[in-house]
Design a protein around this ligand. Structure first.
Ligand SMILES: Cc1cc2nc3c(=O)[nH]c(=O)nc-3n(C[C@H](O)[C@H](O)[C@H](O)COP(=O)(O)OP(=O)(O)OC[C@H]3O[C@@H](n4cnc5c(N)ncnc54)[C@H](O)[C@@H]3O)c2cc1C
Length: 497
């Protein structure tokens, strides 16, 4: 399939993208669904290879019946194999560049992912409008020793557990902040690993700061209780206001050093330090939404309560760019249920804006659920901030940017001796965020380190490591064959960057 025209292109086949694509196709739109993975589900419903059907496919999953329902509807709507042909699914391909044509149609430039294992002919998809649901990636903070083998992101560990049934260690510590630490610890324990501790940097009482938001989605309390029960069953110690201040080992992780935090999130000097022997460390400090495709088409972004850069959308999930809707984590980290609701709403909005009748009562119900979901997400971000003192346990030789091997000392030199006052200048002078991952791993930390302590990052601070002209790495040949069409440049720079 090359240069195919569609009413709508959806990027991402996670909860948000699946809901958007299926909803829009069932309302009659001809949809292209592009996803980097070779099978649908995104991060939340990552599962073993469907070509080898497994009886325990649902193991470790939540809301699995929602997924199997969406998947069945997707396959029934797909072209080929008896499907209705309303959805052309382009699996195993990344959108590396988005272009807006003169009449607000969009061209998606695609490159096959390594996992796809094929280099099929799909290089471009054209569509009248777009729903962007690219999700996000694990937010990481540097710590001495975090570049040793055996240290992983919590999401990476979860992906191995869910898709490959594989445990990357036998004695694990899960550390950072936020509710996502719980399913990762549970998954590891149920897969047979010994989880020696979950180290949560905050106190669970943080939720009381925003009781209305916390109560907005009551099912979340039930979910939390289920995780607490699972940790009790597996005798996993849950330590609050505790952080890993150092990962120890020579050729790989041997142990971690723990520290206790005070109420302000600073290391307590009066508390004894403790070491735990482990061969796996799973760090999770929340997630960073992927907004590069949003900014590529001129969509505006803002800084969310968790200091992430997120797309600005209206009550129909419309971004500022004409015909472009955004749903899921890219509008703010809020979990899979909210992503599903936003995706369905975005699918209906795209249909309505293309002149189709949509069920107004359903729309109003979805909009109410989005508002409640966002209130809950705000309470969650307030309860699990990155601790104020996280830079206190860094050392001059701690690596910040792993791709370009930039250390804490390099960043401090850029700030203190070369007078860099913002993340962009630090990036230019010391090169953090300039390597292969384009700041996905170090971007948040670099933006924070460039600022005076306690100062909230601005859109420009975060955008300097989150805006990426190319959303994925491509071979020079692909770049050359993309043609010489003029890339779209937005008339107004709403992001001030
Ligand atoms: C590694 C990881 C693991 C996670 N595991 C869990 C979990 O187990 N439980 C939980 O509650 N939450 C988990 N989360 C949080 C979770 O992502 C969300 O709550 C939920 O999946 C959000 O749904 P979404 O549709 O917005 O995004 P996602 O589910 O992340 O789906 C986004 C999809 O877009 C695709 N994509 C992104 N960019 C491009 C591009 N340029 N071109 C083509 N395709 C693209 C991705 O391949 C992905 O399939 C995880 C997050 C991460 C980063």
């Amino acid at each position: 399939m090359t240069d195919h025209d569609h009413d709508l292109a959806v990027v991402g086949a996670g909860p948000a993208g699946l809901a958007a694509a299926v909803t829009a196709a069932e309302q009659g739109l001809h949809v292209a669904l592009v996803d980097a993975a070779h099978q649908p589900g995104g991060q939340f419903w990552r599962h073993p290879d469907e070509s080898f059907p497994a009886p325990d496919e649902a193991r470790g999953q939540h809301l699995w019946s929602r997924f199997t329902d969406l998947r069945a509807r997707l396959y029934a709507l797909e072209s080929g194999a008896g499907g209705s042909g309303r959805i052309d699914r382009v699996a195993g391909h990344q959108v590396w560049f988005l272009e807006r044509g003169p009449e607000t149609s969009y061209t998606l430039h695609l490159t096959p992912t390594v996992l796809a294992g094929t280099r099929d002919a799909t290089t471009r998809v054209r569509a009248a409008s777009l729903v962007l649901c690219p999700g996000g990636y694990d937010r990481q903070l540097p710590v001495p020793g975090w570049d040793l083998p055996g240290v992983m992101t919590a999401g990476g560990v979860q992906a191995l557990l869910k898709a490959h049934r594989s445990i990357p260690g036998r004695r694990a510590v899960v550390a950072g902040t936020g509710p996502f630490l719980l399913p990762v610890a549970q998954g590891l324990a149920e897969a047979g690993a010994t989880v020696v501790a979950v180290c949560e940097a905050n106190a669970v009482t943080g939720w009381v700061r925003s009781p209305l938001g916390a109560a907005a989605v009551p099912s979340k309390a039930v979910e939390a209780a289920a995780y607490a029960g699972a940790l009790l069953r597996h005798r996993v110690p849950f330590r609050t206001r505790t952080v890993v201040t150092e990962v120890l080992g020579v050729d790989r992780v041997r142990s971690v050093r723990l520290g206790r935090l005070d109420r302000e999130g600073r290391l307590r000097s009066d508390a004894p330090t403790r070491e735990l022997d482990v061969d796996l460390v799973a760090f999770g400090w929340g997630f960073s939404p992927s907004v590069e495709l949003v900014t590529a088409v001129g969509g505006c972004v803002q800084v969310d309560a968790d200091e992430s850069l997120v797309a600005i959308v209206d009550e129909w999930q419309r971004s500022d760019a004409p015909g472009v809707y955004v749903a899921g984590e890219a509008t703010g980290v809020g979990g899979a249920v909210l992503a599903l609701v936003e995706g369905e709403l975005a699918g209906l909005a795209a249909c309505r804006d293309q002149g189709r009748r949509v069920p107004e009562r359903v729309v109003r119900r979805l909009q109410r659920r989005v508002r409640r979901g966002r209130a809950f997400a705000g309470a969650m971000h307030g309860a699990y901030p990155v601790p104020a003192g996280w830079q206190d346990w860094l050392r001059p030789d701690t690596t910040v940017c792993r791709c370009e091997e930039v250390t804490v000392a390099d960043v401090h030199t850029a700030c203190d001796r070369l007078d860099a006052r913002d993340a962009r200048t630090v990036k230019l002078l010391a090169r953090p965020g300039m390597g292969w991952c384009q700041g996905r791993v170090c971007g948040f930390a670099t933006a924070r380190m460039a600022l005076p302590p306690g100062e909230r990052p601005s859109v420009a601070d975060l955008a300097s490591t989150a805006k990426r002209t190319l959303a994925a790495a491509v071979a020079l040949g692909e770049l050359a064959s993309a043609g010489d069409e003029q890339p779209f440049s937005p008339e107004h720079d709403c992001n001030g960057t």
